[in-house]
Write a protein that binds this ligand. Structure first.
Ligand code: ADP
Ligand code: MG
Ligand code: ZN
Length: 485
């Protein structure tokens, strides 16, 4: 039998607030266990939650970036279950009245665009973290109460590759709008994948299996692909798919059963009596919308449009919001220094090329931070020296290596190392004259039309001047001395 796979993803993303969703405890990652806790996030009797306004702003920004509608009134619910990392015995979430619904996300797989529905975005709180190291299991509740958005996707995806691309696109948006640090290893961006199959042509959905908390896009793709094959084998052998939660074992490349899947009624959701309904009026939503950072796709369109970059360069320079901002700042300063009009193609492309070929390999990112070894000012000044003919492109690489990690001005390095480019046309001409005399055979061949020998003489000139001769002037001198006439 031929089957079609159906996949819907649930993503949990930590919101980048300083404090937790319902108390004032710090959300900073990596503190000693159980040092960022209070009666509220420990679930002690009588403690009362107070909603974090910044968490609401970031959640609404997330929903708007995914084209969701914002519901003017929503409600927090208690999702009841027992687990050692959940001291209250329930998680505060949103259930039948989320603050937003019905959005979409556009992805591109193999050059084909596809719009994937977003069912809803809702707010909830994170649980603590259990660590199992025999003979003990211990729990760290620092994470308990950290604000999350859950982004529930429609079952519109049809392959592991589409699912992985959906996650990459979603993660990029969240990082660029500054609501989440996109850190899969630290668990601040997590995904559950729901997978089912059905005979090709069938419109009803098959029974789904939920793959839990897979912490890399590559593993998501592999786990889904494996799960599709496993389900097809079960059905082909006359079996039935059981609705269950399965985990992914990277070592064996297989999924394994963890538990049968809970239904909503198992959680006995009910409105949290400690929290009033959340009201989001139009003015608030308009304010959040007005402060929306530029989305990555729009940024790339602007980079290729008004700034004239190639699609490839635009893609590379939007690898991280910090890199994109650095590029824009350097291009602005370079243009501002009078080396061409702001946004002029050649100007922006020069900056883009230099960042891609020299700087990007030295950039270190962690979450939303990008450590770049030079400032936008230094890059603009350095490329200004190239534009003005003071140094060659080759020398620019050396100057970059010298200023990286320092605050030194490129011009100071050029002076210190005595690397002024030789742009004295007379000096270059006499050098070329000497080189021609030293290599009469090659000179004759070049005169006779073997133009490839131009490179031979340019190379000699560069060697003699340790790369400081202005190559354009060398070319002109050679043409003058050896050219026709
Ligand atoms: P729960 O919260 O219990 O996991 P939901 O009904 O909210 O359940 O569905 C969660 C996710 O499962 C959604 O992303 C949805 O797209 C996906 N999903 C639902 N049914 C199927 C199915 N039959 N096959 C694949 N994915 C599904
Ligand atoms: Mg689920
Ligand atoms: Zn607390």
């Amino acid at each position: 039998m031929r089957y079609e796979a159906v996949i819907g993803l649930e993503v949990h993303a930590q919101l980048l607030t300083r404090t937790k969703a319902f108390c004032g405890c710090s959300t900073a990652y990596g503190a000693p266990p159980n040092t960022q806790v209070c009666p509220v996030c420990l679930g002690l009797p009588g403690a009362l939650p107070v909603l974090n306004g910044e968490a609401v702003r970031l959640a609404v920004r997330t929903a708007l970036a995914l084209s969701c509608g914002i519901r003017p009134a929503s409600r927090f619910a208690r999702k009841n279950y027992f687990y050692p990392d959940l001291p209250k015995g329930y998680q505060i979430s949103q259930f039948d009245e989320p603050f937003s619904d019905r959005g979409e996300l556009e992805i591109e797989v193999g050059g084909v665009k596809k719009t994937v529905g977003i069912t809803r975005v809702h707010m909830e709180e994170d649980a603590g973290k259990s660590h199992h190291s025999a003979p003990h299991s211990v729990v760290d509740l620092n994470r308990s109460g950290v604000p999350l958005v859950e982004i529930v996707g429609e079952p519109d995806l049809r392959s592991g590759a589409e699912a992985a691309e959906y996650l990459r696109t979603l993660r990029e948006i969240l990082v660029f709008i500054g609501v989440n640090d996109g850190n899969l290893e630290e668990g601040s961006f997590r995904c559950d994948a729901n997978v089912s199959i059905r005979p090709v042509g069938e419109t009803r959905l098959g029974t789904r299996v939920e793959l839990k908390n897979i912490n890399s896009f590559r593993f998501v793709e592999k786990a889904i692909a494996h799960e599709i094959v496993r389900q097809a084998e079960v059905l082909d052998a006359g079996g039935r798919i059981v609705q269950e939660t399965r985990g992914w074992d990277e070592d064996t490349g297989t999924t394994f059963s963890m538990r049968s899947k809970e239904e909503a009624q198992d959680y006995r959701y009910f409105p949290d009596p400690d929290l009033p309904p959340l009201r989001l009026d139009d003015a608030f939503v308009a304010e959040v919308r007005g402060l929306m950072p530029e989305l990555p796709e729009a940024k790339r369109r602007r980079f290729t449009g008004e700034m004239g970059l190639t699609p490839y360069a635009a893609q590379v320079l939007t690898v991280h919001p910090g890199v994109a901002a650095f590029f824009e700042e350097a291009a602005k300063r370079h243009a501002g220094a009078g080396h061409g009009p702001a946004g002029a193609t050649s100007n922006a492309t020069k900056v883009a090329n230099f960042i891609q070929s020299e700087i990007l390999g030295d950039v270190q990112t962690h979450g939303l931070d990008a450590k770049i070894p030079v400032s936008a000012d230094q890059v603009a000044a350095l490329l200004g020296l190239v534009d003005g003919g003071t140094i060659s492109g080759k020398q620019a690489k050396e100057v970059y290596a010298a200023i990286a990690g320092t605050a030194e001005a490129p011009a100071a390095v050029v002076a210190r190392l005595g690397m002024q480019q030789v742009s004295d046309a007379g000096a270059i001409e006499s050098l070329c004259k000497r080189l021609i005399e030293q290599h009469p055979k090659q000179a004759d061949q070049l005169r006779a039309g073997k133009v490839s020998l131009t490179g031979f003489f340019v190379g000699l000139a560069m060697k003699e001047t340790k790369g400081s001769a202005n190559p354009q002037l060398v070319n002109e001198a050679l043409k003058k001395l050896l050219g026709p006439g």
